[in-house]
Design a protein around this ligand. Structure first.
Ligand code: ADP
Ligand code: MG
Length: 254
């Protein structure tokens, strides 16, 4: 048993000759919210994608809830898991992107029910009850029969969060979930994320919302150039950064 929900050990990732992740080490404990900050191109999205094996890492290891992601270790060698096994690992990890990627031809409720119905472990009525409850939870119970195009960006993003939660993930990854939103819609999405955090969800959140990181984050990770430059309690990293690169970045976003 471990209370580590995510462990990354010396994770390397290259695209051709471009080395994007140069040895990432990170631990996120069960129930913690870890916020990741860093300039564009520093590898934040790539790192999140590696956690659910959407990208295959070149070296190192990633564990989620004690499970080695993407591989099985046998006789000191790593063997890639079959697509079916990777899919099973992914189901435990919810992901929310900058662009909401809802299915445009499905209602809000159908969007939330789609993935759990496809897995077919539960009856449709169980899935439906849970989807309705999740939509209530993100404040969109009234919108369940609307189509995505009829919703604001903030509402669509809340549906995307409900859709990820419908699979009952043990970990949620957020990749700049509010960056595509008009400023007046950011708060409603952050409020849903705060509520999730209070409820004990383990979350890794790539964001430029410093206020959110300070208020909700248990740790803040500053990435630049494919490495973790600095990490610690958000108030300390934000209030008293130790590294020049962190200071320079924060002076631009604060
Ligand atoms: P961030 O999210 O911090 O802005 P990314 O992880 O998106 O950074 O990208 C890091 C670097 O990796 C960038 O230089 C980007 O162009 C490159 N990159 C990301 N995905 C790919 C890909 N599929 N193929 C080639 N290069 C990529
Ligand atoms: Mg990114």
């Amino acid at each position: 048993m471990t209370d580590e929900m995510v462990r990354a050990d010396n994770v390397h990732k290259s695209f051709g000759s471009l080395e994007v992740l140069k040895g990432i080490d990170l631990v996120v404990k069960q129930g913690e919210v870890s916020c990741v900050l860093g300039p564009s191109g520093s590898g934040k999205s790539t790192f999140l994608r590696c956690i659910n094996h959407l990208e295959k890492i070149n070296a190192g290891r990633i564990f989620v809830d004690g499970d080695l992601i993407g591989y099985r270790e046998r006789g000191g060698k790593l063997h890639e898991l079959k697509e079916r096994e990777v899919a099973a690992q992914r189901r435990a990890i919810g992901m929310v992107f900058q662009r909401f990627n809802l299915f445009p031809h499905m209602t809000v409720l159908q969007n939330v029910m789609e993935a759990p119905c496809r897995v077919k472990r539960e009856s449709k009525s169980e899935v439906r009850d849970r989807a309705v409850a999740l939509l209530d939870r993100v404040g969109l119970g009234e919108k369940k029969d609307s189509y995505p195009a009829q919703l604001s960006g903030g509402q669509q993003q809340r549906v995307a969060i409900a859709r990820a939660l419908a699979m009952r993930p043990k970990l949620m990854l957020f990749d700049e979930p509010t960056s595509a939103l008009d400023p007046e819609l950011v708060g409603e999405v952050l409020d849903v994320m705060k509520d999730l955090a209070r409820d004990g969800m383990t979350m890794i959140v790539v964001t430029h919302e410093i206020g959110f990181a300070r208020e909700v984050g248990d740790s803040l990770i500053f990435m630049d150039g494919g490495v973790v430059v600095e990490q610690g309690p958000p108030r300390e990293v934000i209030g008293n950064p130790q590294q020049e690169r962190t200071k320079a970045f924060l002076s631009k976003v604060l």
